[in-house]
Design a protein around this ligand. Structure first.
Ligand code: MTE
Ligand code: MO
Length: 436
């Protein structure tokens, strides 16, 4: 027998409860799954010869200068918390249940703006680096564009992402509504260390304050060590200039750190000897714990994963083969392992991780599954290369607490949820959010 034949024979046997199949079946996918999809929209070629639809018989439309998705994809949009632009912050959430892969398209990257979208003229924008430096400097966008640049993939997550998961009852909401404040892009720009080498640093400097050019001048204190590590002044996002909602014309990128610290519309970096205790670090992002203590300077977005396919908003069209897939990431480094369960955490099987697995970036995991049509509960759990693991819900709630449904959107506790997400599939293929 061939290797594929052996693999096929062995791998289609379930390796964990409710039909999870060995991830190695994905290697020989064409052979292992041949025949399995018949009757679910895949038909034998002989059954129905192709006929020409109207678009096959005439000249197509003009090829546009700037292309947008097909009109049949109009539902694939961000959801907005402040569509009338009232005088408060605005959130736009990424539709994870409608995307795949690991890159968030720029038009769908999540966005949080505390005082609207500034209309910044790149020719008039300036970045100043001053404070405890040897030589203060002011940079134009054009000047910065001439420095050596680097590109890297990085996820960006708001500390308040998944806040609805603090509710003591599972809210019936999509991955977009629950987890839409995280996205992943390839960022290109100048490393902050390159600029700090130019300005020189006074040995007394231990932190820097980053400030944005939007009207509420968001500012956060960052340990100088991060500035010399992987901090970047990002100018490009997935190959094009930053989107206005993501910080045009430049932003601070702190891979793995709380979204709020990634200051957009960046105009100032001031080196200081102690943190500023600005509003966001002293108030919003000093997480209060059930015992009355608080986490101060809780920068890291910890290891996390959630299943995007299938998830709330989808429905399964009858028993048979499906691929379970989702996103895993950790602010501490690479994802090491993702385990998937179809029986609410009683048994787990290891998912396949799609290469390349990059540090502090989305990793797509995939798990072959044969659904027998009975109710099941799907969940995923991730480990990172530092040995950190996503806490179970019971562990997380014991440490961090929960609130009565519906949870307050602002207020406490609502930061840094990184526990598990569970989706219950009923016998009709409907998907519900549950705690398991
Ligand atoms: N200048 C400025 N920077 C900002 C914000 C802002 O409103 N103004 N929002 C912050 C918050 S709360 C988050 S979570 C991230 C979101 O980055 P994104 O909008 O590019 O996704 O930007 C941060 N940086
Ligand atoms: Mo945020």
């Amino acid at each position: 027998m061939t290797a594929n034949g052996r693999l096929r024979g062995r791998s289609l046997e379930p390796v964990a409860g409710n039909g999870l199949i060995d991830r190695r079946a994905l290697i020989g996918r064409g052979i292992a799954f041949a025949g399995a999809m018949t009757g679910v929209g895949v038909t034998g070629a002989a059954a129905e010869p192709l006929t020409d639809a109207p678009w096959s018989r005439e000249m197509g439309a003009v090829t546009p200068a700037l292309q947008t998705p097909s009109r049949f994809e109009k539902h694939v949009v961000r959801t907005l918390s402040n569509p009338d632009n009232e005088f408060r912050n605005s959130h736009a959430r990424t539709p994870h249940h409608l995307l795949n892969g690991t890159v968030t398209p720029n038009s769908l990257h999540f966005s949080i703006n505390h005082s609207g979208l500034p209309d910044i003229d790149p020719d008039r924008h300036r970045l100043a680096i001053h404070g405890l430096v040897k030589q203060p400097m002011v940079y134009t966008v054009e000047a910065l564009s001439r420095y050596p640049m680097v590109s890297r993939m990085a996820f960006l997550e708001c500390g308040g992402n998944s806040a609805p998961m603090f509710s003591n009852e599972p809210l019936q909401a999509s991955a977009q509504a629950l987890h839409g404040l995280v996205s992943c892009a390839e960022w290109t720009g100048v490393k902050l260390s390159t600029l700090l080498e130019e300005t020189g640093v006074d040995p007394a400097a231990k932190w820097f304050i980053a400030e944005g050019a939007d009207s509420h001048a968001l500012s956060r204190s960052v340990p100088l060590k991060k500035g010399f590590d992987d901090a970047m002044i990002a100018l490009y996002q997935n190959g094009e200039r930053l989107m206005p909602g993501n910080g045009y014309p430049m932003r601070l990128l702190l891979p793995g750190y709380e979204g709020n610290m990634n200051v957009k519309f960046l105009r100032r970096i001031k080196l200081v000897d102690a943190p500023a205790m600005s509003m966001y670090e002293a108030r919003t992002y000093s997480q209060i714990l059930p015992d009355g203590k608080a986490y101060r300077f809780y920068f890291l977005q910890e290891v996390k994963s959630f299943i995007t396919h299938p998830s709330f908003g989808h429905s399964l069209k009858g028993p048979g083969f499906y691929e379970i897939s989702g996103i895993a990431y950790s602010g501490a480094g690479r994802i090491a392992k993702v385990m998937v369960s179809a029986d609410g955490g009683k048994s787990y099987a290891e998912a396949a991780l799609q290469a390349p697995v990059l540090p502090k970036a989305f990793t797509r995991f995939r798990m072959p599954w044969r659904w027998d049509g009975q109710p099941v509960v799907l969940q995923s759990r991730a480990w990172d290369e530092g040995g950190n693991v996503q806490p179970t819900r019971a562990e997380f709630v014991a440490l961090r607490g929960e609130t009565k449904a519906p949870p307050p959107l602002l207020g406490f506790p609502n930061q840094h949820y990184n526990s598990l997400t569970s989706w219950a599939i009923d016998a009709n293929g409907g998907v519900k959010h549950v705690y398991a």
